[in-house]
Design a protein around this ligand. Structure first.
Ligand code: NDP
Length: 266
């Protein structure tokens, strides 16, 4: 309650959240709704989006719309931003969160999958960010990018996924410099998440790792607070920050701990 009162600036805020049919994106949509925001959500599955929109309206969203889109499709990222601009009359927050499904397994040479994943997890992000930037600039808005610890440190079984997250960190880190040098109104928040208990993540790591999973609803709230307070980075849970700042000091120890966090028998 105190939190929802405290972030008054989100009342009436115009927000576009991607990948909001399930997982962390869905939870973000519900939090924004409780804050009284105006929301557009997107993902591929229309039926599910429709249900999320209904729940957003019942939780207190001033407005809630959905648009089905496939981010591997060249035209869809622009189409989605245009739709949000038209429905909401501008944007205060662009929250980029969607990811395409990717196997959790050793690299077996599937370059086509990696190219496809780059389209979904990376190229669509930069396309949407560029399209939304003029409106964000007008409204002193925020760009929020949901990344991962696997965009900061390397790990086995996730080569394609990890590449897309490293690409995001590189790109949006560079763009943040440029916006600062131009004295832009727009803030960029890049979110480094550890393991979160969404169905899709749990399905992959069940029985494979003992790394603790943190609740999606709490991760979602932390991402929203990071965006609305215009902080450049979020580390959630907190120890992901510790891992990132120590990894270059003790690289062999980090590699040892990474490889031993999985139950793998060759
Ligand atoms: P989910 O798999 O639960 O959700 C992914 C979302 O993306 C869904 O809404 C899905 O909906 C949508 N999506 C999938 N493919 C496409 C596509 N081609 N075009 C458009 N939308 C698509 O993911 P999480 O909630 O677990 O993760 C959310 C974010 O958090 C991601 O950026 C992820 O990298 C990050 N993260 C998650 C961690 C975790 O452990 N869960 C750890 C670290 C980071 P639909 O199928 O309807 O299209």
């Amino acid at each position: 309650e105190a939190i929802y009162g405290g972030l008054n600036s989100l009342k009436g805020a115009r927000v576009l959240v991607t990948g909001a049919s399930t997982g962390i994106g869905e939870q973000m949509a519900y939090h924004y709704a409780r804050f009284g925001a105006k929301i557009v959500i997107t993902a591929r599955r229309e039926k599910v989006l429709q249900q999320v929109v209904e729940k957003c309206l019942s939780l207190g969203a001033q407005k809630a719309f959905y648009i089905a889109a496939d981010m591997a499709n060249e035209a869809d990222p622009d189409k989605v931003v245009d739709y949000a601009l038209e429905k909401l009359g501008g944007l205060d927050y662009l929250v980029l969160n969607h990811i395409g499904p990717s196997p959790f397994s050793m690299w077996k040479g599937d370059v086509d999958h990696t190219k496809w994943l780059m389209k979904v997890n990376f190229f669509s992000y930069i396309q949407m960010a560029w399209k939304a930037l003029p409106s964000l600039e007008q409204n002193k808005g925020s760009l929020v990018v949901v990344s991962s610890l696997l965009g900061k440190i390397t790990s086995p079984f996730v080569a394609p996924y990890s590449s897309t997250k490293f690409a995001l960190n590189g790109f949006f880190g560079s763009l943040r410099h440029e916006l600062a040098m131009k004295k832009s109104n727009v803030s960029i928040s890049v979110c480094t998440l550890g393991l979160i208990d969404t169905d899709s993540a749990m399905e992959k790591v069940r029985g494979v790792t003992d790394v603790p999973a943190y609740p999606a609803t709490d991760a979602a709230l932390n991402i929203i607070i990071t965006g609305s307070t215009r902080q450049p980075e979020l580390f959630y849970p907190w120890f992901t920050y510790f891992i990132v700042i120590t990894k270059d000091w003790f690289p062999s120890l980090t590699d040892y701990m990474t490889q031993n966090s999985y139950n793998y028998i060759p």
